[in-house]
Write a protein that binds this ligand. Structure first.
Ligand SMILES: NC(=O)c1ccc[n+]([C@@H]2O[C@H](COP(=O)([O-])OP(=O)(O)OC[C@H]3O[C@@H](n4cnc5c(N)ncnc54)[C@H](OP(=O)(O)O)[C@@H]3O)[C@@H](O)[C@H]2O)c1
Ligand SMILES: *[C@@H]1O[C@H](CO)[C@@H](O)[C@H](O)[C@H]1NC(C)=O
Ligand SMILES: *[C@@H]1O[C@H](CO)[C@@H](O)[C@H](O)[C@H]1NC(C)=O
Ligand SMILES: *[C@@H]1O[C@H](CO)[C@@H](O)[C@H](O)[C@H]1NC(C)=O
Length: 331
C-alpha cells in the first residue's frame, strides 16, 4: 500500500487526494489557509467526473515539520503553486527539507505548471527520484475545502527528471500512474516530459499573462478592434517555437503553435472565450505564477540568445502587476 504526502492541497491537490484514496493509498496532506476547514469538514468535491463527494485525508498537518519522524512516504507530491522564494517564503527546496533531509528514497513529484522548475529540487535532493508532471484538470477551490470541477478533463503527463534517469525512477513513475488511474484519473508516462511542458507552455506563456493583464478571455482579446491583438499572441507563440527549436525540443513547432492558436480563434468566432487561471487569480487578488511560466521562459531565451521582445514586454508588465499585488498582500 503506497503512502503519500501531498504538499499544498488546494484545487488540484484535493482532486488527487481523492484519486489516491480511491486507489487505497494512505495520504497525509499539508495545508495552509484551508487547514481548519479541512480538518473540521474534510473536502467537498463537486464534480462531473467523480460526482459530488465528501472525504477526509488520512492525516493532515500544517507544515512538513509536523510529519512524524518515523513516517515513511513513497511519494511526496507537490501541488502548491510554483512561486519563487521571497522574504516571506523560503524556496520550495528549503520548505521541503524537514521531511526530505532523512528520506532519500521518497519519490518527489512536481505536479505544477511552468518550465525549468525541476533543477532547484534535483540539485537539493540528488538522491531522490524526481518526477515532473503536467496537469490538465480544470478545478477551482471556491471556498476553503470546497472544490468545483465541472469538466471531465483529467490528464496527468508524467516523466522522470532528467529524462535519462535510472530505470527505478521510471518504475516509480509507472507505479504512481497505475495508482492515479486506478483512482479514476488518466495518466500518460512519457519518455521526455519536457516536450509536454513546452507544448503546454505555448498556450500558458502566451494567453495567461495577456488575459490577466487585459482582463479579457482569449476569445474576447482576439475580438478587440485592433489587428495588433492577433499579432501579439501569434508573435509570442512564434517566439516560444523558435526557442524550443533552438534548445532542441521536438514537436513544439509552428504547426503545433497553429493548432493551439486555432482553439482560441474558434472560441472568438463562436463568442465562447475562456478565462485562463491567471486571469482568475488577478481578479481575485491572488498571486499568479508569473515566474514559473513567463519569467523562466524569457530567461531561457536570453541564455540561448533567442530574441523574445514581445514576451519580455508582457513579462515586465505582468511582473509589475505581481509585485504590486504582493506588496498589498504583505501590508
Ligand atoms: N487548478 C487548475 O485548474 C490547474 C490546471 C492545470 C494546472 N494547474 C497547476 O497546478 C498547480 C496547483 O494549482 P492549484 O490550482 O491547485 O492551486 P491552489 O488551488 O492555489 O492550491 C495550492 C495550495 O497549496 C497551498 N500551499 C502553498 N504553499 C504552501 C505551504 N508552504 N504549505 C502548505 N500549503 C501551501 C496553498 O495554500 P494557501 O491557500 O495558503 O496559499 C493552496 O491551498 C499549479 O502549478 C497550477 O498552475 C492548475
Ligand atoms: C452536485 O451538486 C450540484 C449543486 O451543488 C448539482 O447541481 C449537481 O446536480 C450535483 N451532481 C450530482 C452528480 O449529484
Ligand atoms: C533507501 O533504500 C535503500 C535500498 O533499498 C536502503 O538500503 C536504505 O536503507 C533506504 N534508506 C532509507 C533512509 O530508508
Ligand atoms: C494553463 O493552460 C491550461 C490549458 O492548457 C489552462 O486551463 C490553465 O488555465 C492555464 N493555467 C496557467 C496558470 O497557466
Amino acid at each position: 500500500m503506497a503512502r503519500v504526502l501531498l504538499f499544498g492541497v488546494g484545487s488540484i491537490g484535493a482532486v488527487y487526494l481523492h484519486q489516491l484514496q480511491q486507489a487505497g493509498c494512505i495520504v497525509t496532506i499539508v495545508c495552509r489557509s484551508n487547514y481548519h476547514a479541512v480538518q473540521q469538514n474534510g473536502f467537498t468535491l463537486r464534480s462531473e467526473r467523480f460526482g459530488n463527494v465528501s472525504y477526509r485525508p488520512d492525516h493532515i498537518v500544517r507544515s512538513v515539520a509536523d510529519c512524524p519522524a518515523d513516517a515513511v512516504y513513497d511519494y511526496l507530491i507537490v501541488t502548491s503553486k510554483s512561486f519563487p522564494a521571497s522574504s516571506h517564503h523560503p524556496a520550495l527546496a528549503d520548505q521541503l527539507r524537514p521531511v526530505l533531509a532523512s528520506r532519500p528514497n521518497t519519490t518527489i513529484v512536481l505536479a505544477q505548471n511552468g518550465i525549468d522548475i525541476e533543477p532547484a529540487i534535483a540539485d537539493a535532493y540528488p538522491q531522490n527520484p524526481l518526477l515532473s508532471g503536467v496537469i490538465y484538470l480544470p478545478a477551482t477551490q471556491v471556498a476553503p475545502g470546497v472544490i468545483e470541477y465541472p469538466e471531465t478533463l483529467n490528464l496527468l503527463e508524467l516523466g522522470t527528471y532528467p529524462a535519462n534517469a535510472p530505470a527505478a525512477h521510471r518504475a516509480s513513475a509507472q507505479r504512481l500512474a497505475d495508482l492515479m488511474t486506478q483512482g479514476g484519473g488518466e495518466v500518460k508516462v512519457l519518455d521526455d516530459i519536457q516536450v509536454a511542458r513546452w507544448s503546454k507552455l505555448l498556450l500558458n506563456a502566451s494567453w495567461n499573462p495577456i488575459c490577466a493583464l487585459s482582463l479579457c478571455s482569449d476569445g474576447d482579446f482576439l475580438l478587440t478592434s485592433s489587428p495588433f491583438a492577433y499579432d501579439l499572441v501569434w508573435g509570442i507563440i512564434l517566439e516560444i517555437v523558435t526557442l524550443a527549436r533552438k534548445i532542441g525540443i521536438p514537436g513544439v513547432d509552428e504547426e503545433a503553435g497553429e493548432a493551439r492558436f486555432a482553439i482560441a480563434k474558434r472560441r472568438a468566432e463562436t463568442n465562447s472565450g475562456r478565462e485562463p487561471s491567471m486571469l482568475h487569480d488577478v481578479r481575485q487578488g491572488r498571486l499568479f505564477e508569473v515566474e514559473a511560466i513567463v519569467g523562466n521562459t524569457v530567461r531561457i531565451g536570453r541564455k540561448w540568445a533567442v530574441p523574445m521582445p514581445r514576451l519580455e514586454t508582457v513579462y515586465a508588465l505582468a511582473k509589475a502587476r505581481y509585485e504590486a499585488m504582493a506588496a498589498g498582500d504583505i501590508q
